[in-house]
Write a protein that binds this ligand. Sequence first.
Ligand code: RNT
Ligand code: ZN
Length: 421
Amino acid sequence: MADKRVEQAYAVAKEQYAAIGVDTEAALKKLATVPVSMHCWQGDDVGGFETAGAELSGGGIQATGNYPGKARTIDELQSDVEKAMSLIPGKHRLNLHACYLDNGGTFVDRNEVRPEHFQRWIDWGKGKLHGMDFNPTYFSHPKAADGFTLAHPDQGIRQFWIDHGIACRKIGAAMGKAFGTPTVTNFWMPDGYKDIPVDRLAPRQRLAESLDTILAEKIDPKIHLDAVESKLFGIGAESYTVGSHEFYMGYAVSRQILLCLDAGHYHPTEVISDKISAVMMFVPELLLHVSRPVRWDSDHVVILNEELLAIAQELVRSGKLEKVHIGLDFFDASINRIAAWVIGMRNMIKALLYAMLEPTEEMKQAELAMDYTKRLAMMEELKTLPFGAVWDYYCHTQNVPVGMAWFEQVRQYEKDVLSKR
Ligand code: RNT
Ligand code: ZN
């Protein structure tokens, strides 16, 4: 019965969109081909599995909250990811951090991580996932405790982290090879000063040099891509961040690698939706860390707000969807962690669908003709078209729960699994 209602509502919506020249069927077909990279670290508050009961520490990032049931082992995290993925329409990617390795119970330091430490993840993900993405972990480690890694003044510490970077690219390449889609390995380092530095240049020179050493080996872009992620500040690094936006913009452009735009890494009124087109002119591809900053880089769960829609609209309207790797980056430990994933992922996909359901060509024509009245009128009328009916139908055809039905499943899982942890 409920299915029938979803189908009937869709039939009406389809006609309404057709009347303004939008093909909903084509949009849904396209939407099903867009993978979103789901970040593993929402599942355990960025803890990882290096040591038993590992907690996130350092790096100036922070998960807050004490909601029960976080994943404590690889098995638990995999089971949670599977649960979340079963409630999200489409086939997606998983984004892992080096600290989520499988070391078989014996400590393996960061400079010694190898593809075999991720074989269990790869074997598990095959068939289930569209692919995997990867990140070296430059925090939560004694050698990162000074607040410096690749830009550390000590050559020995720098070398340790260079070795980590080199090792991680090999892991990324192994993942990309296994899945047949390129793994994006994203470099984010917390390096920076709490207080005003004297020398702002030297750390940046050291960071560029370290990165050049890490990236020296060419890897086939069909299996592996490199990205660098800038940041404005972090807790304990308020005055100066070595890898600022300008630094990485210049670095990515000059090395022709991917730039990662994290929605929380700019001044509060800056938005990444406006940066996408500018940056895409000069770098081959982009990585997004879709997040939600609330007053600061707070990494709240992504909601369907104006900026999320604007990001999706940029990707669709610019025709650059194929060149932009969409990843999520948030960690909320105050709510059910699986629900956090599902809400964020569903919202990202919803935003893409919303963007695909507009008569972009006609709007561009109005803009070119300087008919800004029509442009504004169309944008506003689009907002009340029956987008929700198309979204429900998409979930229905992708065999995932429609509406709040996913939530019932999360509650059940909480009762059966999470509450017993
Ligand atoms: C930190 C960056 C970075 C991390 C993850 C865990 O500010 O956003 O991307 O959130 O690598
Ligand atoms: Zn990020």
